[in-house]
Design a protein around this ligand. Structure first.
Ligand code: ATP
Ligand code: PAF
Ligand code: BAL
Length: 284
């Protein structure tokens, strides 16, 4: 049996800076909100493959939650998270208290995600992407990574982080990782643990709808949306927040070529997100 070394846990910005300064490069950062599952582990493994050192942040960022959202009940599973990160051979875990990331007396400078932060998730959760980009920019400043790894499951988030890095000329390579799924296609997500058994069974319909949409790609955008809507309608308990075809990158879908189909539904009080690549028009 091999024994794994626990990662160094940094709780303050000063501790993080000190430990990162001594790490062999390149340094990869994997930002998370904890409640780690196989999706997160895949991000850490990707980071491990590409970098000399891996820093994982575990921080439930209050500024990306709106009033009435699940900030207080968001799952916090610190001990299990640390075990998982030990198994995945993370070098450092940054686990700060809120005051360390948002010090009292700060002037409140934030990152504006621009108009594409106000559509899709941003329309349902106003201010969400300002909160996400602000904390990601802070994490980049604190950990100074050479690369940072994000999941495609949060496709709009990944797109906006890429845009921030490009448009603010941040010296970080952004790596996207395909969505890790259950056997029935459901995207893994920390919030899946909120689902009742009935909701869990129905949740697979979300990915089935996306696959039906993607299969209709050669017949064009209207056919994609109609096919996806038809499958979603078989589970009327799933209430769609949106089902939209977009890109490049997160604008209107092109008439033909690569596009992205994004969906968010509510299953009771739980929101489920998913997306898929779609090739539109006579491209195959
Ligand atoms: N199934 C997955 N496959 C790949 N990456 C994922 C998956 N789920 C989450 N991630 C990625 O992990 C990172 C941290 O996400 P987060 O901690 O919010 O987990 P989550 O499962 O997305 O939780 P939530 O329920 O809040 O959406 C993000 O880059 C996210 O895209
Ligand atoms: C990127 C992130 C860790 C920022 O809080 C969060 O939005 C998430 O977990 O996807
Ligand atoms: N994975 C996205 C984080 C959030 O829903 O706030």
């Amino acid at each position: 049996m091999t024994t794994s070394t626990r990662p160094v846990v940094a709780e303050t910005a000063a501790q993080l800076r000190e430990v990162v300064a001594g790490l062999p490069g390149p340094v990869a950062l994997v930002p998370t909100m904890g409640a780690l599952h196989e999706g997160h582990r895949t991000l850490v493994r990707t980071a491990r493959e590409r970098a000399g050192s891996v820093v994982v942040s575990v921080f439930v960022n209050p500024t990306q939650f709106g009033p009435g959202e699940d900030l207080d009940r968001y799952p916090r599973t610190w001990n299990a998270d640390l075990d998982a990160l030990t198994e995945e051979r993370a070098d450092v875990v940054f686990h700060p208290p809120v005051d360390e990331v948002y010090p009292p007396g700060a002037l409140g400078v934030t990152v504006d995600p621009g108009p594409r932060g106000a559509v899709l998730e941003g329309a349902v959760r106003p201010g969400h992407f300002a909160g996400v980009l602000t904390v990601v920019a802070k994490l980049f400043g604190l950990a100074r990574p050479d690369l940072a790894v994000f999941g495609e499951k949060d496709y709009q988030q990944l797109t906006l982080v890429r845009a921030m890095v490009r448009e603010l000329a941040l010296p970080v390579e952004v790596v996207g990782v395909p969505t890790v799924r259950e056997d029935d296609g459901m995207a893994l997500s920390s919030r899946n643990r909120y689902l009742s058994p009935g909701e869990r069974a129905r949740a697979a319909t979300v990915n089935r709808a996306l696959r039906a949409g993607a299969d209709a790609g050669p017949r064009g955008a209207e056919a994609v949306l109609a096919a996806a809507r038809e499958v979603l309608a078989t589970a009327p308990q799933l209430v769609p927040d949106y089902l939209e075809l977009t890109d490049p990158h997160l604008g209107p879908a092109p008439a033909a070529g690569p596009a992205r189909l994004l969906v968010a539904v509510r299953a009771g009080s739980t929101r489920l997100l998913d997306n898929t690549a779609v090739l539109l028009g006579g491209h195959r």
